[in-house]
Design a protein around this ligand. Structure first.
Ligand SMILES: Cc1cc2nc3c(=O)[nH]c(=O)nc-3n(C[C@H](O)[C@H](O)[C@H](O)COP(=O)(O)O)c2cc1C
Length: 161
């Protein structure tokens, strides 16, 4: 490839996505990070994926936890998207209302929808790892105000239909 990485990043950023916070629980601690590489994969069995930067400080936690919860952020939760990119995990979760799932993982109240997953496989992929998950349970927020947060060209926005 002769084109620059910067140009590649700008081109990849044209793909509009939702925004998620992936949460997990390990050794008595909640942890989580903002992620827009989430995608659905299969219905039978129910599989989803997201990709995790291999150099991430969270990498070892996510592997050891053996599972994760995908919290699909609502438009009203936009401030959380940047909060979950930095700082300690205590700072990231401070003051948040959480529902505790049967697996022990935290689900962020007010999100548009969620999937709780067992970690099925970690697939190395360049400078990221693909975290393939088998869906154990899921839910949708019936509140009409929980419209999804949208991210494209490095800007947050809302769905206009
Ligand atoms: C909108 C948005 C989407 C992101 N998506 C991902 C992603 O899919 N995978 C990833 O590894 N990091 C992603 N990040 C960056 C991580 O949230 C960030 O690197 C991480 O929380 C930093 O913590 P760490 O240093 O402990 O890894 C994203 C950041 C933003 C703002």
């Amino acid at each position: 490839m002769t084109q620059s990485i910067q140009h590649l990043k700008e081109t990849m950023a044209c793909f509009g996505t939702g925004v998620t916070i992936i949460t997990a629980h390990h050794a008595g601690h909640d942890f989580g990070m903002t992620c827009n590489s989430f995608n659905t994969v299969s219905l039978e069995p129910a599989l989803v994926l997201w990709s995790l930067r291999q150099a991430s400080g969270n990498r070892a936690h996510f592997e050891a936890a053996g599972g994760y919860t995908v919290n699909i952020l609502s438009h009203a939760q936009q401030p959380l998207a940047m909060r979950f990119t930095k700082g300690s995990h205590e700072e990231r979760f401070a003051g948040l209302e959480l529902a505790r799932l049967p697996t022990g993982r935290p689900q962020i109240v007010g999100c548009t929808a969620w999937f709780d997953c067992a970690l099925e496989q970690i697939i190395p992929a360049g400078d990221h790892d693909i975290m393939l998950g088998r869906v154990l349970s899921f839910g949708v927020n019936a509140d009409a105000n929980a419209e999804p947060l949208i991210y494209a060209r490095r800007q947050f926005g809302r769905l206009v239909v």
